[in-house]
Design a binder for this molecule. Structure first.
Ligand SMILES: [Zn+2]
Length: 73
């Protein structure tokens, strides 16, 4: 039904404007870096690779570690 409306050429129907990949790329890279940072804190923020002293970060993301299958205890 939606395709029929879009193909009808009715000017009252709003058409979605495509977003060029060139404009999306910085946000894709930024989101990827945030995901890598989240994976680091969930998976490697412990022991020798720990940036934050203590077990605060480990305990905060502990359920996420088990959910994603990272070895813990
Ligand atoms: Zn655990």
């Amino acid at each position: 039904m939606t395709e029929a409306v879009l193909k009808s050429g009715n000017p009252a129907v709003a058409q979605p404007t495509p977003i060029p990949l060139r404009e999306l790329m910085p946000w894709i890279i930024f989101g990827g870096l945030l995901l890598l940072l989240a994976i680091y804190f969930v998976g490697a923020e412990e022991g020798a690779t720990s940036l934050v002293p203590g077990m605060y970060v480990h305990e905060f993301v502990h359920d996420g570690r088990h959910l994603l299958g990272f070895p813990c205890h």
